[in-house]
Design a protein around this ligand. Structure first.
Ligand code: ADP
Ligand code: MG
Length: 250
């Protein structure tokens, strides 16, 4: 790939679900570029297309139309098997629900992406242990997830998402299940650990308290990106909307 700074390029991407009277236009022509090393937040009302868009970027969902380039690859052009391999090597996922396996240790949980890629068990465990150290869970390797707090469980999910050294990290509402202070700590960790290695982070969130971690904020509405702003601009817009709403209530 050329030396340009674009990591992800979406042009005119559309996606519909269903057909006939039940058709839903989830994405109506998405244009968006995400730069290398950038944390880009996607914000907008429920149903505006955020999850559809990150799923397409991550090679989990096929688009209908438009162009997509993710680190020089169009995941949509790969066969199902190739796409699964590509995703395993290039994309890490962090969700609101931590999605940990309750019956096994957090070491085993963090090693899952490596074991899925047939990395030998011993090496997988070594790498998982190193990541658990990085997220502040040294000494807890043999604990079951249920013995940990929500913040600690999300740290395990971060370790699992990064154990493959993916170039892209996709986070869908990563702080929604956490209290405010824990959410801040988790975001600090995600930012520090990804920035160091120039990873791209796509962050879907409703939580204005974490906007400032993002480099830029893409605002979605009804399947389109209406504008891209700085976090400060996004917070000012939201404060202005709250003011208008309060004024309307009298
Ligand atoms: N698998 C699906 N089948 C049918 N409709 C879907 C599916 N996934 C999403 N949608 C619809 O597409 C629209 C966008 O959804 P989504 O991308 O999940 O938005 P967001 O994440 O912003 O809430 C919504 O109207 C949603 O109901
Ligand atoms: Mg969603």
């Amino acid at each position: 790939m050329s030396e340009h700074r674009t990591a992800i390029r979406c042009a005119r991407i559309t996606k519909t679900f269903g057909s006939g009277e039940a058709v839903v236009h989830a994405l109506r022509g998405i244009d968006l570029e995400v730069r290398r090393g950038e944390m880009m937040a996607l914000v907008g009302p429920s149903g505006c297309g955020k999850t559809s868009l990150i799923s397409i970027m991550a090679g989990l969902l096929q688009r209908d139309e438009g162009e997509l380039e993710v680190m020089g690859t169009d995941p949509g052009a790969l066969s199902g098997h190739e796409r699964t391999k590509w995703r395993g090597a290039n994309v890490g996922f962090i969700f609101q629900q931590f999605n940990l396996i309750p019956q096994v240790s957090i070491l085993e949980n963090a090693a899952v992406p490596l074991l899925l890629r047939n990395v030998p068990r011993r090496e997988a465990h070594e790498r998982a242990a190193a990541l658990l150290r990085e997220v502040g869970l040294a000494g807890r390797e043999n604990s079951r997830p249920t013995k940990l707090s929500g913040g600690q469980q999300q740290r395990v999910a971060i370790a699992r998402a990064l154990v493959n050294e993916p170039r892209i990290l996709v986070c869908d509402e990563p702080t929604s299940a956490l209290d405010g202070a824990t959410g801040q700590k988790v975001m600090h960790l995600i930012r520090d650990i990804t920035r160091r290695d120039d990873r791209v982070v796509i962050l879907v969130t409703h939580d204005e308290r974490i906007y400032h971690f993002a480099d830029r904020i893409a605002h979605l509405d009804d399947g389109r990106v209406t504008h891209v702003s700085t976090p400060a601009e996004a917070l000012a817009e939201s404060a202005a909307r709250m003011g208008e709403a309060a004024a309307a209530r009298g």
